[in-house]
Design a protein around this ligand. Structure first.
Ligand code: BEZ
Ligand code: FE
Length: 287
C-alpha cells in the first residue's frame, strides 16, 4: 500500500469496491453502486464525517423505514423532497422546446374521472370560490389538438383531495374528464384550489424543519392530457399569487406552468392557459 492510498482511504475503498464487483453478474448494478460508493467516499472525506454523523444517518434512515407502511411511503416522500422524483420525471419525459413540461402526477390521481361537458363544473359540493379556466390544447406548430382528453384533479379550497377526506367531500369531487373541441379549446368550471402541506409529521418533515424548509405546496390543479399521436402530458397549473410558489417542496414549479387567477364577477376567478403537446415517438404515447 503506498502513502497516497493512506492519505485517501476513501479513494482506496472506492477503487477496491469497483475492482471487487468488476465481474458481477449484474453489470449495471455493479457500475452504479461503484459510482455511488465513490461519490459517498468523496463526501465523507470532503466533509470530514465522523462516527456521530454515521450514527445520525443510520438513525434517520431507520426512522424513515419505520414511518413507511402500506398506507404511507416516507421513502417516496424523501425522494420527492430531495428533488429525485421530479428530476427522474423530467429526465424520462423530456419534451422539445415549446412543449409544456411534464411533471409528477402525485398520489391523488384516480383513473376514470367522470366525463364532463364543456363548461360543466367539477365541483360536486359547490363549496369554494368559483374558478373558470379557458384551456387550449395545441401542438408545437400552434395548431389545435381537436378532441384531446383533458383529465383534471385538484384539492378543494382547504387543500384536501376528495380521496384524502372521503367523509368531507363527495366521491369524485373536483375531478373530471373534458374533451377539447375542434378548436382545441375546453372550459373547465371549478373552484379555486388551496395549497396544502405534504405530510410532515414524520422524519422527512423533521428534516425539512431542521433545514428551515416549508412543507407547503403552492396551490395548483393537476392535468393529464392525451390525444392519439401525441405524448400524454401529465402536468400542473400553479396559482401565480401563491407565495409558496418559490419553494415547492416537490420541485414541480416551472414558469410555463404558472398562471394568475384573475378576480371576476362576485368573488369568482378566471384564467386561460395553453397546453402544448409534443408528437409521440413512433409506437409510444405514454411519456
Ligand atoms: C400532489 O401534488 O398531489 C402531491 C404530489 C406528491 C406528494 C404529495 C402530493
Ligand atoms: Fe397536488
Amino acid at each position: 500500500m503506498n502513502s497516497g492510498v493512506m492519505h485517501r482511504p476513501g479513494r482506496h475503498i472506492a477503487a477496491q469496491f469497483a475492482a471487487r464487483v468488476r465481474g458481477a453478474p449484474d453489470r449495471q448494478l455493479a457500475d452504479r453502486l461503484a459510482r455511488a460508493v465513490a461519490a459517498m467516499a468523496r463526501i465523507v472525506e470532503e466533509e470530514g464525517l465522523d462516527r456521530d454523523d454515521l450514527r445520525a444517518l443510520v438513525a434517520f434512515l431507520t426512522d424513515v423505514g419505520h414511518a413507511s407502511d402500506s398506507r404511507r411511503q416516507e421513502w417516496v416522500l424523501l425522494a420527492d423532497t430531495l428533488g429525485l422524483t421530479s428530476l427522474i420525471e423530467a429526465q424520462v419525459t423530456r419534451r422539445p422546446a415549446g412543449a409544456t413540461p411534464n411533471t409528477i402526477a402525485g398520489p391523488f390521481y384516480r383513473v376514470g374521472a367522470p366525463v364532463k361537458c364543456d363548461g360543466e363544473s367539477i365541483s360536486i359540493d359547490g363549496i369554494g370560490d368559483p374558478l373558470v379556466l379557458e384551456l387550449a390544447v395545441l401542438d408545437l406548430d400552434g395548431d389545435p389538438v381537436a378532441g384531446a382528453a383533458i383529465e383534471v384533479w385538484q384539492a378543494n379550497g382547504a387543500g384536501l383531495y376528495e380521496n384524502q377526506a372521503p367523509d368531507l367531500q363527495p366521491d369524485q369531487n373536483l375531478r373530471g374528464t373534458y374533451r377539447a373541441g375542434p378548436d382545441g379549446r375546453a372550459i373547465v368550471r371549478t373552484v379555486r384550489p388551496g395549497g396544502y402541506a405534504i405530510p410532515h409529521d414524520g422524519p422527512v418533515g423533521a428534516l425539512l424543519a431542521r433545514l428551515g424548509l416549508s412543507p407547503d405546496r403552492p396551490a395548483h390543479l393537476h392535468f393529464r392530457i392525451s390525444a392519439p399521436g401525441f405524448q400524454t402530458l401529465t402536468t400542473h397549473l400553479f396559482d401565480g399569487d401563491d407565495p409558496a410558489l418559490e419553494a415547492d417542496p416537490l420541485f414541480a414549479v416551472h414558469p410555463a406552468l404558472v398562471t394568475r387567477f384573475a378576480a371576476c364577477g362576485d368573488g369568482g376567478f378566471e384564467a386561460s392557459h395553453q397546453f402544448v403537446l409534443a408528437r409521440a415517438h413512433p409506437g409510444r404515447e405514454d411519456a
